[in-house]
Design a protein around this ligand. Structure first.
Ligand code: NAP
Length: 337
């Protein structure tokens, strides 16, 4: 059975203490001079937490910001606009637990002729147990992993992301978690299958699905960037963020976790800094498959880099998508996008 690094939510949160005090190797490279004027930035899950802070920061730095989410439309967008002092902010509906909305969202971008320079795959959920989606999968599996496959494939195949030399190429940044480290290898017996589980498996799945996501991102980069980098596909763990990620935890547990968050977790604004650095700094121009843990460059879990695992995950993901997504013929192939 697949297992993530943690099964206890309090232990998982306390692991953030070390991160809170960790030395930040590249922090001095973060600069207000890195601007985003003329760029279009997409942030998923932008109505809350880290995604909201990222939307504010990119808007402040001059970007047109597309905030994708399933709630607080248009209030969150109006707030970002106000706080950042920008009228280049818009919100669009995207519910990553409903596959057809990913098609509608990407099609609306294509119809408008929108080109995205930086796509931040930020949305994720931490649920206290299993929940079945309309298409029959576990919600955390769909939102935290599989929907990111669909969204990235459609953005690439519809030509919404640019591929080419470094000055022209788009960037994808997957928001991951260092808790992916130490998760078990991908279990293809339970891959994409729905079964009932409770809090501890929910916590374990959160970090396990980040391992799955990192493995997909690595394989995507391997396939697209065979002859040199034409699309930057990098990953980052923002460290512990005082956000709404535990909003669905049972009441008592939520209170305990919120207490820990108050004391040791970083504000979303502070946690957004390494993400903005990775997205805008010259240091990461033309790079791919790099991983930052806050401001510290690191290797991911070794399993993530195994090419055999990458091929297997790709093929199993595409096979599953051919079963569950009526529009999968647009993207679900075993070849490169
Ligand atoms: N918090 C941490 O300590 C921490 C640590 C490491 C990594 N991260 C990562 O940081 C990212 C942001 O999380 P956060 O901490 O800022 O938590 P958050 O405040 O809960 O933000 C998560 C965002 O994802 C959205 N989302 C959830 N389900 C969705 C769905 N079905 N469709 C569309 N959007 C959906 C949420 O929208 P709703 O408001 O509508 O639910 C929200 O906007 C996540 O990838 C998380 O794994 C967080």
């Amino acid at each position: 059975m697949a297992e993530g690094r943690f099964t206890n939510p309090v232990v998982a949160s306390l692991a953030g203490i070390r991160d809170f005090f960790a030395k930040q190797e590249l922090e001095s490279r973060f600069s207000d001079r890195d601007r985003a004027d003329g760029k279009t930035v997409l942030v998923t899950g932008a109505n809350s937490g880290l995604g909201f802070a990222l939307a504010v920061e990119f808007a402040r730095r001059g970007a047109r910001v597309i905030m994708a989410g399933r709630s607080k439309i248009p209030e969150a967008g109006e707030r970002v606009s106000r706080v950042a002092g920008s009228d280049l902010v818009e919100m669009r509906y995207l519910d990553l637990s409903r596959i057809e909305t990913i098609h509608q969202f990407t099609e609306s971008l294509k119809q408008d002729g929108t080109r995205i320079d930086i796509a931040i795959f930020n949305a994720a959920t931490a649920l206290p147990g299993s929940r079945k989606t309309e298409s029959g999968q576990d919600e955390m599996f769909l939102v935290n992993y599989l929907s990111n496959v669909i969204l990235s494939q459609l953005l690439i195949r519809k030509g919404i992301l640019n591929q080419g030399p470094s000055e022209l190429q788009s960037k994808i940044i997957f928001i991951s978690s260092d808790s992916h480290r130490g998760a078990t290898a991908i279990d293809y017996n339970e891959f994409g299958k729905y079964f009932e589980y409770g809090v501890s498996k929910g916590i374990s799945n959160y970090s396990y699905f980040k391992l799955v996501l990192n493995t997909y991102a690595t394989e995507l980069s391997r396939r697209i960037n065979q002859q040199g980098v034409i699309l930057g596909i990098n990953l980052i763990c923002p460290g512990p963020v005082h956000s709404n990620i535990v909003k669905e935890a049972p009441w008592l547990l939520r209170m305990v976790l919120k207490g820990i968050f108050w004391v040791i977790f970083k504000s979303p604004a502070k946690a957004s800094r390494p993400v903005v650095y990775m997205a805008l700094s010259e240091d990461y121009r033309g790079t791919t498959n790099q991983y930052l843990h806050m401001f510290n460059p690191k290797q991911m879990d070794p399993k993530v880099y195994d090419p055999g695992e990458g091929v297997m995950l790709w093929e199993r993901s595409m096979a599953l998508l051919r079963e569950i997504d009526p529009q999968s013929s647009e993207y679900a192939t075993n070849g490169s996008p």
